[in-house]
Design a binder for this molecule. Structure first.
Ligand code: C5P
Length: 310
C-alpha cells in the first residue's frame, strides 16, 4: 500500500502528543529507566492511524506526512509492535492480521511522544478491528510494555505520572491552555538526553524531586500564569548542553510574549505557553519569522487520549 493513499480503513483512531508541564527526574533504576515525577498534558497535535483487515499473520504499515521518511515503515515501528503484542495476548499473532496507515503530525523524535501516540492508537484500533473486548486498565498495562509514555497517550487529558512515568493518576485541570510549539531542525534521542542527565547529575537521588504543588494548584484553578510560573523540566539542561542553540530559541519565545518556555520532554521541541489564543497566534507568527526553527505549530490542551473517530 502506498503511504499517500487516503485513510479509508475500517477503523480510524486519533491520538495526541503531549507536553510535560513538570518533569522531575531521579536517579537511574536497576531496569535502566529513571524514576520520574511528571505532569503530562495531552495536546491537540494528533497523529491519525487507520487500520484495515489483512490476512492472518500479516502486519503491514505505511507512514505519511512530511516527516514520514524519519519513521520506520516495517516491523520495528512501535505501532506494529503494539498490534503484534495485542494479538499475542489474545490468541496469537497468527490469529489476526492488520494493515496500518499512520499520518504523522506530531514531530518525530521531538519529545512529544509521537511514537507512543502511534502505539496507543494501534492498540485501540486493533482491539476495535479484531473485536477484542479489553478494558482500559489492561490496555494501559499492554501500553506500558511498549514504552513509558504509551499509557498516557491512551489516557490523555492531564495526569500525574510516577515510576517510569507510566503509573498514572488523573489531575484536576480547569480551562484550556494555548501553546506554541517550535520544532527545531535537529533531532534528540531520548536515551542520549537521559545519559547526559546522568553525566550532569552523577549523584541524583533515586527519588525524583516533587512536582511543584503550585503547578497542581494552578491547574486546579485554571490560573494560566500560575501554571506558567511553575513549569519545570529537569531534562532541559541536558537537552541544552547537547544543542546549546535551543537556549536562543527559548529566549526568543519568552521575549516574543510567551508566559514561559520549556523544552518539551527530552526535546528538541520547545513549548511556549501563551496567556490566551490571540497571543498564541501572534507568538507563532513572530517565532516563524525569526527563522530559528524548522516549523512552528499551535496547539491547545488538555485533549482526550487515543480514541476512535468517525
Ligand atoms: O519507554 P521508552 O521506550 O519511550 O523510553 C525511551 C528511553 O528513554 C528509554 O530507553 C530510556 O533510555 C529513557 N527513559 C528513561 N527513564 C524513563 C523513561 C525513558 O531513562 N522514565
Amino acid at each position: 500500500m502506498s503511504a499517500s493513499e487516503a485513510i479509508t480503513d475500517r477503523v480510524k483512531v486519533r491520538a495526541p502528543g503531549k507536553v510535560n508541564l513538570a518533569l522531575r527526574v531521579g536517579g537511574v533504576r536497576p531496569d535502566g529507566y529513571h524514576s520520574l515525577a511528571t505532569v503530562f498534558q495531552a495536546l491537540s497535535l494528533f497523529d491519525d492511524l487507520g487500520a484495515r483487515p489483512a490476512p492472518a499473520g500479516h502486519y503491514g504499515i505505511a507512514v505519511a506526512g512530511d516527516q514520514a521518511h524519519l519513521v520506520p515503515a516495517d516491523g520495528s515501528n512501535l505501532a506494529v509492535r503494539a498490534a503484534r503484542l495485542l494479538a499475542a495476548r489474545h490468541g496469537g499473532e497468527q490469529q489476526f492480521g492488520v494493515e496500518l496507515v499512520i499520518r504523522k503530525t506530531i514531530p518525530v523524535t521531538g519529545g512529544m511522544a509521537g511514537g507512543s501516540a502511534n502505539a496507543a492508537a494501534a492498540l485501540v484500533a486493533c482491539a476495535a478491528l479484531w473485536g477484542i473486548d479489553i478494558n482500559p486498565d489492561e490496555l494501559r498495562e499492554l501500553g506500558a510494555e511498549l514504552g513509558a509514555d504509551v499509557p498516557f497517550c491512551l489516557l490523555g487529558s492531564t495526569a500525574l505520572g510516577h515510576g517510569r512515568g507510566d503509573d498514572l493518576v488523573p489531575v484536576l485541570s480547569r480551562g484550556g491552555y494555548h501553546w506554541v510549539l517550535a520544532l527545531p531542525d535537529v533531532e534528540l534521542s531520548t536515551p542520549a538526553v537521559f545519559r547526559r542527565f546522568d553525566e550532569l547529575n552523577p549523584d541524583a537521588d533515586p527519588t525524583p524531586p516533587p512536582v511543584p504543588p503550585a503547578l497542581l494548584e494552578g491547574l486546579a484553578s485554571g490560573d494560566v500564569r500560575r501554571v506558567a510560573d511553575n513549569l519545570v523540566n529537569d531534562l532541559e539542561p541536558a537537552a541544552l548542553s547537547l544543542h546549546p542553540h535551543l537556549g536562543e530559541l527559548l529566549d526568543a519565545g519568552r521575549e516574543a510574549g510567551a508566559l514561559a518556555g520549556i523544552v518539551s520532554g527530552s526535546g528538541p521541541t520547545c513549548a511556549f505557553l501563551a496567556p490566551h489564543e490571540d497571543a498564541a497566534v501572534r507568538l507563532s507568527g513572530t517565532l516563524s519569522g525569526l527563522g530559528l526553527c524548522r516549523t512552528v505549530r499551535r496547539a491547545s490542551g488538555p485533549v482526550p487520549g487515543a480514541r476512535q473517530v468517525a
